[in-house]
Design a protein around this ligand. Structure first.
Ligand SMILES: Nc1ncnc2c1ncn2[C@@H]1O[C@H](COP(=O)(O)OP(=O)(O)OP(=O)(O)O)[C@@H](O)[C@H]1O
Ligand SMILES: [Mg+2]
Length: 309
């Protein structure tokens, strides 16, 4: 378990004219976590700012962050030994092969030539990257480059790994291949991840926080978040919907003409019974993170409330 404590964390950036804008606003967290911890939020929500502060790259304006009890502002060196970071838009060094990139990183982290070589070979083999090892980055596909970057950061001893949007721009297959790597890694490491792919966040995460305009909107396991919003179930009603059936919960009309009703367990059961009786086709699922995200930070004007049962 890794302890992460964040108290009233705020960050204001100043532009050239000295005008201040706020990227994080009094964010607080108290977590004892393992596995994959994911930050989601729209562009500019503050995810990268959060990662840069926790990984000691950036100083907060106010507030405190403790990682494993260590104050990240007061003792950045202590933290840096325990972490490894792939920043958003990170790239391999273009004139070095995949193998040389990993090897150079390990030397830079202070390993001996011998140890760095052993570790480089071990990590290349662990992620089945041997056949790409002696190629320059420009000869590798985007997905393979990301895998090499992940291999690089985990080749050291770092227990905590920060990955800022590691799967952005990858095709669905490459993304899933990287998920496998992350699922393997989470057995030994805490991974702090950001992503805009919400089905990815839902599939991988042990803990999720939703940021919006610098504020913490919700945090928890996907089930905690489902329950906290009060709509843990999503019923999708296909064509032929009988308007006489009264709906309780949040009702959204989809572009394809279907209706989606978000509700609690009791209302979902009641509605399902009625739909079965009237032979209307429907599906029932736990509410997806994508739907939760729209409810919390999306355009709420498209939704109608219906509480008239
Ligand atoms: N170095 C900087 N100087 C000034 N403003 C900044 C700086 N870095 C980020 N910001 C601003 O802070 C806010 C949060 O940015 P941040 O990069 O943390 O968001 P993000 O959630 O990572 O977004 P994205 O999903 O686009 O990567 C944005 O309004 C951004 O314009
Ligand atoms: Mg970012």
């Amino acid at each position: 378990m890794v302890k992460l404590t964040v108290r009233n964390l705020s960050k204001n950036y100043k532009d050239k004219k000295g005008k201040s804008s706020s990227a994080l606003k009094r964010v607080s967290l108290d977590l004892d976590i393992n596995g994959i911890f994911t930050l989601i939020g729209r562009n500019g929500a503050g995810k990268t700012t959060f990662i840069r502060i926790v990984s000691t790259e950036l100083l907060p304006t106010t507030g405190k962050v403790y990682l494993e009890g260590v104050d990240v502002v007061k003792n950045p060196k202590d933290i840096r030994e325990r972490i490894a970071v792939i920043p958003q838009e990170a790239a391999l060094i273009p004139w070095m092969t995949a193998r040389e990139n990993i090897y150079a990183y390990l030397l830079w982290r202070g390993f001996s030539f011998k140890e760095a070589k052993t570790r480089t070979n071990a990590v290349l083999s662990r992620f089945k990257l041997e056949k790409y090892a002696d190629k320059l980055p420009r000869k590798l596909s985007g997905g393979t480059k990301r895998k090499v970057l992940v291999a690089l950061v985990i080749s050291s001893d770092a227990k905590i790994i920060f990955l800022d949007e590691p799967t952005t721009g990858l095709d669905p297959i490459s993304r899933r291949e990287l998920w496998e790597v992350l699922n393997e890694l989470k057995k030994e490491h805490l991974i702090i991840l950001t992503t805009h792919y919400l089905e990815e966040a839902e599939e991988l995460s042990d803990y999720i926080i939703i940021l919006n305009k610098g504020k913490l909107v919700k945090g928890g396991t996907i089930n905690d978040i489902r329950n906290a919003i009060g709509y843990p179930y999503a019923i999708k009603i296909f064509g032929g919907f009988n308007k006489k059936i009264r709906l309780k919960g949040k009702v959204v009309k989809k572009n394809d003409g279907t209706f989606q009703v978000f509700s609690d367990e009791k209302s979902a059961n009641n509605l399902a019974k009625k739909l079965i009786k009237t032979k209307i086709k429907f599906s029932i699922n736990p509410t997806s993170l994508e739907d939760i995200f729209y409810m919390l930070v999306g355009d709420i004007n498209k939704e109608e409330e219906n509480e008239n049962e």
